[in-house]
Ligand binder design. Structure first.
Ligand code: HXC
Ligand code: NAP
Length: 293
């Protein structure tokens, strides 16, 4: 067995109807593939319908499952309501909302126009809010229980990060929403959880966060104690568990899947990793010598 293997038993998501925002590419597509393999029906949504249609066709052929492509800009509440109605018409019910759509790029904050800042906040925070309100209110109104909202955040949701300030600000809001509604809407039979991925190579993220030479200069693997980036299947395994009934007692949690990356950046003395092994005898002797004086 390895971390690239599929984790859950066959049929683990049979009978579940799932909406994945941003499901046409990257991590959303990988999670959708695994949900379909496990027997769920999945609606994938984003702005680019042609991309969604191609992905849906590819994944249906690969898995034999049902994948419904629907255009929806999560920034627009009317479009979210219309998407919700189309999924309900096709599937009858929705059990899981996976808020995965995001926008991001690196930039010194002083170079951003107020519209640029808004664009990221609108996709990430307002988009998650729009989808959560639309599906959450529907579940309350129809008394439909045993539902799950899974939000994709990042580890800088709680540490903050320079040069991606709109994204950090928005993801922090999503994390607060996750934990708040985990308490408030549990009485309606909803669970709210989040995943905070470390670096998982995708075209969408890498083109905008590591353009050109930055890919070599900032080798993501070097920032991870486990010295590797994430594999899409290990994220899909975790997401499938969190949307399945196996995680029925997990609520309000954010699961970090980053090989220890954020802690390595956080610890004040982590830089001591650069001290060569052979120097430690000398350093120890120096420290011990101080004690006896
Ligand atoms: C400064 C920029 C800019 C840049 C756009 N803008 N790109 N400003 N530097 N690189 C400004 C524009 O000039 C405009 O402001 C405003 O932002 C909106 O730009 P549009 O191009 O009109 O926006 P839109 O077409 O809505 O596209 C949104 C986008 C784009 C975010 C800019 O990149 C996109 O579609 N992204 C979706 C996918 C994505 O980002 N995936 C990565 C997720 S990765 P003005 O003032 O000119 O009107 C992620 C990983 C986290 O989240 C952690 C990793 C470790
Ligand atoms: P990605 O492929 O660029 O995914 C982002 C998706 O969001 C795209 O499919 C995009 O589709 C969609 N989207 C963007 N704006 C939208 C809008 N206004 N309305 C609806 N959909 C919209 O990048 P990714 O790396 O897979 O990212 C997926 C998630 O993982 C994001 O939440 C990201 O923050 C998170 N994450 C990724 C990493 C990583 O290392 N990759 C690390 C931490 C967190 P359209 O362009 O067709 O709209």
């Amino acid at each position: 067995m390895s971390y690239t293997d599929k984790m859950l038993r066959d049929g683990a998501l049979q009978g579940k109807n799932i909406v994945v925002t941003g499901g046409g590419s990257g991590l959303g597509k990988s999670m959708t593939r695994y949900f379909l393999e496990l027997g769920a029906k999945v609606a994938i949504t984003s702005r680019n319908l042609e991309k969604l249609q191609n992905t849906a066709k590819e994944l249906e052929t690969e898995t034999g499952g049902t994948c419904l492509p629907l255009q929806c800009d999560v920034r627009e509440y009317d479009q979210v309501e219309s998407m919700k109605n189309q999924v309900l018409k096709a599937f009858g019910t929705v059990d899981v909302l996976l808020n995965n759509a995001a926008g991001n790029f690196i930039s010194p904050t002083e170079r951003l126009s107020h519209r640029a800042f808004d664009t990221i906040i609108d996709i990430v925070l307002k988009g998650t809010k729009n989808c959560t309100l639309a599906f959450g209110k529907h579940w309350i109104d129809t008394n439909y229980k045993n539902t799950v909202v899974l939000n994709i955040v990042t580890t800088y949701a709680w540490t903050g990060s320079a040069y991606v300030v709109p994204s950090a600000t928005a993801k922090a809001g999503v994390l607060a929403m996750t934990r708040s509604l985990a308490v408030e809407w549990a009485k309606y039979g909803m669970r709210f959880n989040a995943i905070a991925p470390g670096p998982f190579p995708t075209k969408g993220a890498w083109d905008r966060l590591l353009p050109g030479e930055l890919k070599e200069k900032f080798d993501m693997k070097k920032q991870v104690p486990l010295a590797r980036v994430g594999d899409h299947q290990e994220l899909a395994n975790l997401a499938a568990y969190l949307v399945s009934d196996f995680s029925a007692y997990v609520n309000g949690e954010v699961v970090t899947l980053d090989g220890g990356e954020w802690l390595k950046g956080a610890g004040q003395f982590n830089l001591l990793e650069q001290v060569p092994e052979e120097m430690w005898d000398m350093l120890e002797a120096m420290i011990r010598a101080k004690k006896s004086k």
